[in-house]
Design a protein around this ligand. Structure first.
Ligand SMILES: [Zn+2]
Ligand SMILES: [Zn+2]
Ligand SMILES: [Zn+2]
Ligand SMILES: [Zn+2]
Length: 765
């Protein structure tokens, strides 16, 4: 979803082809209106709300609280703000939260229900729930106050049949209250025993968010880059940066199948993460205006609204059609403010022709040292020579204008102009351009300007947005990934972008919410360049694949790994490891053509590549099915299927193939759900061997596997082995993620717990 949807791309490609060359250069914007008919809707639909609520009720009755929670959240996003239906939604959701043990969040939802005009006659039900929550949280006085109010209300109303069950609940809660008062729980101990080591962090006084052990370099070959100004140890933080702007990716969603209902009950990124701070959502707060934006809290919702969403809200459908890069471009100019945008656009038209000539930003500084470039002359620095995580720095990221294909630039231009036209049509132009505070802003009024021309100010906005879309085509700037390499959001990190790419980097980047942290993954000596990998790591891809991927971004990698593989012509280890093996003698199969031959000359068996690839696909399907079995609780069948897959795989995949490791990992998972810890540990160790071979013994991937093994050994009371595994996992993960990381904390808690076990248990193991 990074680029506009396929239909839109196809449409623009055809349109492009039909234009004559003179017209192509003028990029007629007026032809847009009719192109925008297929849109994913983001407006609120009360009929969708009631459908989701009914589905939620059904799941609730079946005891499927997690599913019910999700459905009530979907319903809430479609209800109109202030409607009694919305308050009922929040009330229903609070019931699932109570069942799931999220008492604090449950109280928040009850407060939301009350503030949205919850019907009086239903109030006792939520009040009882509130009292129960307070009891569970140990807030006895508050619980008692509510129970008193309820008691007098019931007394006043007299005995009504609807009250009977509630009266019963009330007396149960009173009993519980008395019990709790008699036996107060010991106050929760502060988490003792775990001392967080303070991290060494001294911020650079010339580069915001960078460590003082780095310095900013600049030359024609490398452009801007960061160099170690002193020796750096593994695990040391080098950059800590909040994204200047980030937009949540809508996430993969398979097209609905025939027979599915119109409303989608599946949860994607959009339902799972806060649209502003990217925190994981439990009970989302929906936007007042659209059914799309959801937040972790009222605060996040209000901030997002004030900073950008009041402009984006009515554009939701268009932004979804045009893709997340266009959305990032719009949000970037909204956050920067029109004054800053027009200043830099005007500057870019001046002496330095950086938009026309991308090399300009890489030239010695006398040429670029202008209003926009600092006294020290590095592009993006401010006048005092400081490099900040600012719009000015972002503006100077290379747009690669010359290298992008004309078709691509045309597509991006059309998309950007479409957004500006929509802003104009929706009467939002003033909001985009004005500098007044949000409170002073009047309601958007429909546009009086009916001409097809964009105003000069909007043209400036469009130009800046186009620049930002083109900047985003470069992978180093965009991706915010979660634990697995799945793109969660697209963002601009001006400081992180100073790092150049290497397929064998000396750093590791991790993301938490909208913040990125770069740490040294190996010792870096003073004077060495600090490098990070934009994706194609030498462990995962062959040099040809890496070079092809990077060439899309107009980049020819000359890192040591690439040079070595290219010059020596040695086959990458990746190829031999992930290869097919001979069905007869298990030797490796060779050949670049359609037919593969056994490398054992005495055997001379051959097989077609297509056939082997087909078998590999079938195998992957089978593994998926087995995991499906596990999800519906059929662990025994899952094990049977996975064991069969292993036997099958052994006949045509090399024993070091990554898929062999994945099957071991899945088996470990199934055994762990059955509480068979020894079996689980046995399989996981095999998986770790293969992961280590592919990614290296101190890689993030190995760290994650060791973390799982530590959990399994901990649960199985294999104390001494658990302790040594915890230590190894901690060592690796802290280099990549630092001591604050949740997994590290969990490892330390396991360690503390094991060391408190009575001696006799320790000796038995
Ligand atoms: Zn948030
Ligand atoms: Zn909205
Ligand atoms: Zn490389
Ligand atoms: Zn053979």
């Amino acid at each position: 979803m990074a680029l506009p949807v396929a239909e839109w791309r196809g449409r623009t490609a055809r349109r492009w082809a039909a234009l004559d060359s003179a017209l192509r250069e003028r990029l007629a914007a007026a032809s847009l209106h009719d192109a925008l008919c297929h849109r994913a809707a983001t407006d609120k639909k009360p009929e969708a709300a009631s459908w989701y609520r009914e589905q939620g009720n059904r799941e609730f009755k079946r005891g499927q609280y997690q599913a019910a929670l999700r459905l009530y959240s979907k319903a809430a996003s479609h209800e109109l703000p202030g409607s009694p239906e919305l308050s009922v939604c929040f009330a229903n959701r609070s019931a699932t939260l109570l069942h799931l043990g999220h008492f604090e969040v449950c109280l928040e939802d009850i407060a939301r229900a009350e503030s949205h005009g919850y019907p009086d006659r239903l109030l006792p039900k939520v009040l009882l729930r509130k009292a129960e929550c307070l009891l569970c949280l140990g807030k006895l006085q508050d619980a008692q106050d509510i129970l008193r109010v309820l008691e007098s209300k019931f007394a006043l109303d007299g005995v009504m049949s609807t009250h009977l069950t509630r009266l019963k609940k009330l007396s149960q809660l009173k009993v519980k209250l008395v019990e709790k008062e008699r036996h107060p729980e010991p106050a929760q101990e502060a988490r003792g025993g775990i001392q967080e080591e303070p991290e060494i962090w001294q911020e650079n006084n010339r580069i915001s968010g960078a460590s003082s052990s780095l310095s900013l370099g600049f030359d024609a070959e490398r452009g801007r880059h960061l160099v170690a100004s002193q020796d750096i140890v593994p695990g040391q933080s080098l950059v800590k940066e909040e994204a200047f702007v980030s937009v949540l990716c809508p996430g993969e969603c398979l097209p609905l199948q025939a027979g599915d209902t119109a409303w989608d009950t599946r949860a994607t990124n959009v339902d799972l993460y806060c649209h502003r701070c990217l925190r994981q959502l439990l009970a989302s707060v929906p936007c007042q205006g659209c059914s799309y934006a959801k937040y972790c809290s009222q605060d996040c919702a209000a901030l997002a609204w004030q900073q950008y969403h009041r402009t984006e809200c009515s554009l939701g459908a268009l932004l979804l059609t045009l893709g997340v890069f266009c959305h990032v471009a719009l949000r970037t100019v909204l956050l920067a403010g029109f004054a800053e945008v027009s200043r830099l656009v005007a500057w870019s038209h001046g002496g330095d022709k950086s938009l026309q000539c991308p090399e300009a930003s890489c030239k010695p500084l006398s040429e670029a040292a202008d209003a926009g470039a600092g006294s020290r002359g590095v592009p993006g620095c401010d006048s005092s020579g400081q490099y900040q995580s600012s719009y000015q720095a972002l503006f100077h990221l290379l747009p690669h204008t010359e290298q992008h294909s004309p078709e691509h630039k045309f597509l991006c231009t059309l998309s950007v102009v479409a957004i500006c036209k929509q802003l104009q049509a929706a009467g939002l132009e003033a909001a985009v351009l004005s500098q007044e505070s949000p409170q002073q802003r009047s309601k958007p009024k429909p546009c009086e300007n009916t001409s097809d021309e964009l105003s000069p100010e909007l043209k400036t906005v469009a130009e800046a947005m186009l620049r930002h879309v083109l900047q985003l085509q470069w992978p180093g700037d965009g991706a915010v990934v979660d634990k697995k390499p799945v793109r969660l959001a697209t963002a601009f990190f001006p400081v992180l972008s100073l790092l150049n790419h290497s397929c064998c980097p000396n750093t590791s980047v991790s993301f938490s919410g909208t913040a990125a942290t770069v740490r040294a993954s190996q010792p870096i000596s003073s004077g060495q360049e600090v490098l990070h990998c934009y994706g194609p790591h030498w462990c995962r891809m062959r040099v040809a694949e890496r070079q092809q991927l990077l060439s899309q971004y107009f980049f020819e990698c000359r890192c040591p790994a690439c040079l070595e593989e290219l010059e020596s012509g040695v086959k990458s280890k990746v190829t031999t490891r992930n290869s097919f093996c001979c069905p007869k003698c298990q030797a490796q199969m060779q050949g670049e053509e359609d037919t593969l031959c056994c490398s054992n000359e005495a055997c001379a068996t051959s097989a077609s590549r297509d056939q082997l690839s087909g078998r590999l696909q079938d195998l992957q399907q089978q593994i998926k099915k087995a995991l499906g079995m596990l999800r519906v609780g059929k662990a025994d069948q899952a094990i049977k299927m996975l064991l069969k897959c292993q036997v099958d795989a052994g006949t045509f995949l090399s024993p070091e193939h990554l898929l062999m490791g994945e099957m071991e990992d899945h088996l470990a998972q199934v055994y762990a759900t059955l509480g068979k810890w020894q079996e689980a540990a046995r399989h996981l160790k095999k998986s770790i061997e293969i992961v280590e071979m592919h990614h290296g013994p101190s890689s993030v991937e190995t760290g994650h596997e060791l973390f799982k093994l530590a959990q399994i050994l901990f649960n199985g009371f294999a104390v001494s082995e658990a302790l040594s595994t915890i230590q190894r996992a901690e060592g690796i993960l802290s280099v990549h993620f630092g001591p604050q990381n949740a997994q590290i904390q969990e490892l330390q808690e396991m360690k503390a717990c094991l060391s408190e076990l009575p001696r006799n248990i320790l000796q038995r193991t």
